[in-house]
Design a protein around this ligand. Structure first.
Ligand code: NAD
Length: 255
């Protein structure tokens, strides 16, 4: 029996960006989807990229799991509540939400402009609020919400202000969602990955080589290590854990 047997879960940002590598690393969203399906959940997988999310769903299917894809741009605020309702209907209910979607434009303060700033906040913060609000209306007691933040929320480099401040805002938002869920028996926590060897992380490491040397473990983490943290926070094993921000960073926060 899987740790998420019978759970119906919406994963947002379930694809992963395509990078020109022979064997690209697994992204957080794909690892979460594959792991959750292996643990018995049925999944609604949402992403902007039809190719990426269909690849995730196809891989879940090849492994004997259950998932369907929905293509959506989460920066479109009005589309979110109807999307959550449609996913819940197709799943036959909704017991879990994982908000992995996030973008980073990597713009330092002098290069920042209102349009790029608003886009990062729309995807990284506003969409998480709107998905959670819609899900709280539908989910029964015992359900869970996980927000994918970043270690950048605690330890910002100052070089990527929209991304880093939006990730700090997410941790605060997760506490507000947890507060709204208290009376409903719905928990909300956030996960703070550090330097991960995912497509997004590999891209960032290329821009700033040598960063992994700062990690006490001496290596980047993997999408699977993020996915296992999400699995814990989504399963009943974490039934007394709420409004928590779980670092998955090889000790970098204190390194
Ligand atoms: P990724 O870029 O591979 O995956 C993000 C997914 O979100 C992609 O499939 C993309 O198509 C989708 N997406 C982007 N904009 C969207 C939109 N408007 N609507 C719908 N879908 C959209 O990145 P990843 O490395 O798997 O990271 C995922 C999450 O983990 C992000 O929230 C990121 O901030 C967080 N994170 C990553 C790292 C890292 O080093 N990789 C570190 C800390 C936190």
């Amino acid at each position: 029996r899987g740790r998420l047997q019978g759970r119906r879960i919406l994963v947002v940002g379930a694809g992963q960006r395509v990078i020109p590598e022979e064997a690209p690393p697994v992204g957080n969203g794909r690892a979460i989807s594959l792991l959750f399906a292996r643990e018995g959940a049925s999944l609604a997988c949402v992403d902007l990229s039809a190719d990426a999310v269909e690849q995730t769903v196809a891989q879940v299917g090849r492994e004997g799991g259950q998932a369907f894809a929905e293509v959506a741009d989460v920066a479109q605020a009005d589309a979110i509540a109807p999307l959550v309702e449609r996913c819940a209907e197709r799943l036959g209910g909704l017991d879990g939400l994982v908000l992995n979607v996030g973008i980073s434009k990597g713009l330092p303060l002098p290069g920042q402009n209102a349009r790029d700033w608003d886009q990062e906040y729309a995807v990284n913060v506003r969409s998480h609020m709107l998905f959670s609000q819609a899900a709280l209306r539908l989910m029964p007691a015992g359900s869970t919400i996980v927000l994918m933040s970043s270690l950048a929320s605690l330890r910002s480099t100052g070089r990527n202000p929209a991304y880093e401040s939006s990730k700090a805002a997410q941790v605060s938002l997760a506490r507000s969602i947890a507060a709204a869920g208290e009376a409903l028996g719905i928990r909300c926590n956030s996960v703070l990955p550090g330097l991960m060897d995912t497509p997004m992380g590999r891209d960032a490491s290329r821009r700033r080589p040598g960063r992994a040397a700062a990690v006490p473990f001496g290596r980047q983490g993997t999408g699977w290590e993020v996915a296992y943290a999400c699995l814990f926070l989504t399963s009943d094993e974490s039934s007394y854990v709420n409004a928590h921000a779980l670092q998955v960073d090889g000790g970098l926060a204190y390194g």
